[in-house]
Design a binder for this molecule. Structure first.
Ligand SMILES: [Zn+2]
Length: 295
């Protein structure tokens, strides 16, 4: 029995496989979506129990920060890690989603700028380079939190549920609802098996509603945003060709997987309705609390 606040949640820790890392270093450069700043990324293999560790090699003292729920600085439009009220690494969700999707547990991410490159708006370039490096098993078991009862959040029309997995699978479903405005109503689901992430989920790009762009720019965000790294939905639908008919929904699911990486590995079925980075983080924090209470 584990406790979250004053509520007890049934859960246990299991060790179903060995931890992994990439086999060799891989690199990529590009501009961040929100800051518009250039950044060179170098992903390096890391020993067991490192998790994903970001290192800003452009700053004095080369500060590091780990991908952990306690290090979330801001999660309104993207996942920003930082400490002492200062952001250190921005827009980490696609990289973390790729790690979860490819079953990569340990990695050091060296960065020469403040934000992970937006690439084409999807996780595909990041995931492809990690997949090409390949995965190497480490001599340590992976600790996975297995839920034995349901956890549910509801906030207005947003809901997020984690259900116990009876079949040893980790799966996600997402429901998007913009009413009659494109992208409209979509539903998609994905089983995390380590196999089809690269083809089925990673290529789904970030999207933005045309009517939101001015507001984002005014808030100092989306400075690196363009048609090359985001799908724009206007009143008539997507501008340009979509990679999947339900690309927007798939992207939200990709983000959910990346956001929940901060909770550590969890075996459950996750079901989300209209949830975003903030609600995803609330669930991640609860899951961390459950894990901590079992130790
Ligand atoms: Zn995203």
């Amino acid at each position: 029995m584990a406790a979250t606040g004053n509520k007890k949640v049934e859960a246990e820790l299991i060790y179903p496989r060995r931890q992994t890392t990439i086999t060799s270093a891989v690199e990529l450069s590009g501009r961040g979506l929100h800051t518009g700043k250039d950044c060179h990324l170098r992903l390096k293999p890391a020993p067991a129990d490192t998790g994903v560790l970001f290192r800003r090699i452009d700053l004095e003292g080369r500060p590091v920060i780990s991908a952990a729920a306690d290090n979330v600085h801001d999660c309104r439009r993207s996942l920003v890690l930082g400490r002492e009220d200062k952001p250190l690494v921005r827009t980490v969700e696609h990289l973390l989603s790729a790690c979860a999707g490819l079953f990569l547990d340990n990695l050091v991410v060296e960065m020469t700028g403040p934000e992970i490159p937006a690439c084409d708006g999807s996780a595909e370039p990041l995931a492809r380079m990690m997949a090409e490096s390949g995965s190497r098993k480490l001599d340590a078991p992976l600790e996975v939190l297995q839920l034995k009862e349901e956890i549910c959040f509801q906030n207005g029309d947003v809901s997020l549920t984690a259900l116990p997995s009876e079949d040893k699978e980790v799966s996600f479903s997402y429901q998007l609802d913009y009413g009659d405005r494109p992208p409209g109503r979509e539903r998609c689901s994905f089983n995390l098996t380590g196999d089809d992430y690269l083809e089925e989920l990673a290529p789904a790009r970030t999207y933005v509603l045309k009517c939101e762009i001015a507001e984002l720019k005014k808030a100092g965000l989306a400075r690196g945003g363009s048609r090359d790294n985001a799908v724009i939905f206007g009143p008539e639908g997507a501008e340009g060709r979509l990679r999947f008919p339900d690309e927007a929904c798939r992207h939200k699911l990709l983000d959910l997987i990346g956001d929940l990486f901060l909770a550590g590995p969890v075996r459950a079925h996750f079901s989300a309705v209209k949830s975003g980075h903030s609600s995803n983080q609330r669930l991640a924090r609860v899951l961390v609390g459950i894990r901590d209470s079992l130790k």
